[in-house]
Each structure stands twice: as C-alpha cells, then as structure tokens.
Design a protein. Structure first.
Length: 445
C-alpha cells in the first residue's frame, strides 16, 4: 500500500494559497489565513475582498478583471514565481474560485484555507440540518434553474447573485405555483465585528451586522438590501398548482406542444432505456417539444442535453419548455439531422432519435458519434421506420420492444379503452471496438 504525504503547512516559494474570507473580514480569519496574507507577495481578489485586508499586509493587490474565467491563466502566469494569495468568499471549493484555480494549475499547486460557507451559516441560523437542504446557485446562472428543485415540503438555499435575487426568487415561486412558500433572506452572514477598542455591542458583547427578513413569496415586497445575501425557501405548493414529480414521466400538460410530444408513459419508458447518470450528455434528435431532453436534465443537475429540431417554431418552444421546467441550460440547435450533428458537442453518452429515422445516414451518424458504452434509443410509429430498426437490431443486437398504451374514455354512458398508436422502440449499448457485435452500418433507406 502506498500513502500520499500530507500537504505542507507552509506554502513553498511560488505557491498559490487560496484564503476563504467571510463578511467579517480580517477579524474573522484564523491565524493561518492571516499569516498567509501577511507573507504573500501578491493578493488577488474582488475589490470588496481586497478592501478587507489591512494595510499591514504589504503585498501587491490585484483585482480580478472581467470576464474572470478567461483571464485567470494569464494573470497567474504574470505572477509566476511569486507567493500569491487568492481571496475567496467563504469556502473556496464550494461554488467558489477554488474549482477554477484547481482546473487551471492543478490541485497539487494549491493550498486552500477555507472559511465557513454561507450555507453553513444559514443552516446554523435557521436550525436546518445541512444534509436535508438542497442548494441552488444563481450566481452567473439563470433563475429558472430553481424551478427544477421545487417540491412541496422541501427546503432550498439559494445562493444569490446580488441584492435583487430575493425578489426574483419570490416572483419565480409565484409563477410556478409556490406562492405560499416561506422565504428567509439572510444578509451579511457571519459579520460579527469588534470596534477598535474592543467589542462594540451593548454591555461589551459582539455587534452583528447580519439581517434576517422573512415572509412568503406571495406577499414579498421588500426593497433590495445587501448584495451579500442568501435566500432560504420552505417550499409550499399553492392549492390547485400542478404537482411535478422527481422521476421521468411528467404530465403531458406540463409541456407546451403542438402534438409533437413523446407521451407520458412512452417517455418514462424511453428515459429508463436512456438511463441518464450524473454529468452525462444526451443528443435528442428530432426534439419536438423537448420533453426527452428536459427530463434527462431533470434527472440530475449535472446532466447535459442538446435538442436538434429542424422546425424553428418548435425549436423556440423547446426553449420555453426547458425554462418553465427548470432546465434553462438545455441547448437547442435548429437544423436538420444528420447534417446538424457535425456541430454538436460530444461525444454523447446517449442519443435519442424521436423523428426523422429514415433520413439517409442518420442512424449511421448517431452510431458513429457514440463512444464505447454509449446508448442509442430510437422510437417510431411507422412501418417504414420499424423495418429500419428491425434491420439494425438484427446487426447490432440490443432490445426491440413494442409499447402499447390504452386510456379509459367515455363510450356513451359507459367507459371503454382507446388505444394509442403503438410505439416500436429499439435500444442498444455500443460495445467496445473488439466486442462481438457487428459494426457494419445499417440500411438507411
């Protein structure tokens, strides 16, 4: 067994130390963080953070440029060989700059000195167990992504982008049928400071600059406050608001559509065959209303999807459905497959073909794009496309099934079954290059 030595307690020359700092600034830093800042040649951070460092720290102070991400490699290279301290809010590796720095220079070059995160402070103030809370960040992200986390009885902590975020959250909750939800806005968490001559609160106690506002989304009318805030939500669904579950198979009524929609029961079976896993990428070919891509992304916040739709009106509709159902990150490409596939990010972990199966070269292009272990699922209701899937099934194996759904409907004064068009579904996992499956392209006519 081999062991990895612990990182050094003191940075080596030319190191990068990431110091987490709270709203209480210098007063709230532990000794190790203070020593690192006092010994640094360069301190990099946001202007607000740099202002928290006292004059006794003689390091050169450098403010992050905007946009930040593309500037990081060049800025670090500019100060190579110097001892650099980077200031971060709270825990640098919790939705912070620490991740970007690790990706840029490698985790081995970083020394991270975390501070309690705003999440920790918020749960402490509210008495909420952290393991029972879902966290959604709206820092640099569209507010619609909060919609995917809304379920009755759940607690959510929203990391705010600025002072306007609480009002934005309240508005979104009302629009999504969660107006009765309780809201708590906690500002300047952890900002307990002493005056220059000692504690500045009454009777020698610490003074706190925190502020806690509360109300409901329906009644929220507070003006913007401090930009350093976090929004806590206790989800409560309004009477009559639709209930959207956490598994595939949302009600068809949850989607705006023109009839081009993979219906609920077939959709659930299709997502089961596609088997989304965290971080995976889906190509949804012939997006229609976007339901497959939407529910793929709702499976886990890190799932990604691209919907390809040749009809511009439907492509716009896919975007609206994605935003309404909490996955605004779904990418919509307007174009015809297979030509449109050339510009897609990849390789995909799974491909779903819901339309255009008989387009020349489509299945060949999808199969070629998949890597080892990638999944391909195709649905059809026509005999011509069914025959094509049967030929591919004969060559590549997998599973070929027919899905039939009937719904109870009125028949005069009685009730009978109305059969929907049966759907033929082929699903297959691409084997390794030396696998036993035949890699001969299928017939695309």
């Amino acid at each position: 067994m081999t062991t990895t030595p612990a990182p050094p307690h003191a940075p080596s020359h030319g190191s990068i130390t990431v110091v987490g700092v709270g709203a209480d600034g210098w007063a709230g830093l532990p000794d190790a963080s203070r020593r690192a800042l006092l010994a640094a040649d360069v301190v990099i951070g946001a202007p607000r953070q740099l202002a928290l460092v006292p004059s006794e720290a003689r390091a050169e102070r450098v403010a992050w440029p905007s946009p930040l991400r593309p500037a990081v490699p060049g800025l670090l290279a500019e100060h190579a060989g110097r001892d650099v301290c980077v200031l971060a809010s709270g825990d640098p590796l919790y939705y912070g700059i620490g991740r970007l720095l690790a990706e840029t220079v490698g985790a081995g070059r970083l020394r991270v000195l975390p501070h309690p995160s705003s999440l920790s402070y918020a749960c402490a103030r509210l008495g909420w167990p952290q393991e029972d809370v879902e966290v959604v960040t709206l820092v640099g992200r569209p507010p619609e992504r909060l919609a995917a986390a809304l379920h009755g009885g759940r607690r959510i902590l929203v990391l705010s982008a600025d002072a306007t975020t609480p009002a934005t959250v309240a508005s979104l909750l009302r629009e999504r049928g969660f107006g009765p939800s309780a809201l708590h806005v906690l500002e300047r968490l952890g900002d307990e400071t002493d005056g220059p001559d000692g504690p500045d609160g009454p009777d020698g106690t610490h003074a706190t600059h925190e502020r806690h506002l509360h109300g409901t989304a329906d009644t929220w009318n507070e003006p913007p406050g401090d930009p350093l805030n976090i929004v806590a939500v206790e989800c409560a669904r309004a009477p009559g608001a639709p209930r959207l579950g956490a598994v595939p198979g949302l009600p068809d009524s949850a989607y705006e559509h023109d009839g081009q929609l993979t219906k609920r029961h077939v959709r659930a079976a299709t997502l089961a065959a596609l088997a989304p896993a965290p971080g995976e990428l889906l190509w949804d070919i012939g997006g229609g209303s976007g339901s497959i891509g939407v529910e793929w992304m709702r499976a886990h916040p890190s799932c990604r999807a691209v919907a390809v739709e040749r009809d511009p009106v439907r492509a716009e509709r896919i975007g609206r459905n994605a935003r309404a159902l909490g996955v605004p990150g779904l990418t919509v490409v307007t174009g015809a497959a297979p030509a449109a596939l050339d510009a897609l990010p990849g390789p995909p972990d799974a491909v779903f073909v819901g339309g255009g199966l008989t387009a020349p070269g489509l299945l060949d292009a999808c199969w070629a794009a998949l890597g080892e272990g990638g999944r391909l699922v195709a649905n059809t209701v026509t005999l011509e496309s069914e025959a094509l899937l049967a030929r591919w099934y004969g060559r590549q194996g997998g599973e070929l099934v027919r899905l039939a759904v009937a719904a109870a409907v009125p028949v005069g004064t009685f009730t009978g079954w109305r059969q929907a068009m049966p759907v033929t579904q082929w699903s297959v996992t691409k084997p390794a290059a030396n696998g036993t499956a035949d890699d001969t392209p299928g017939d695309t006519t």
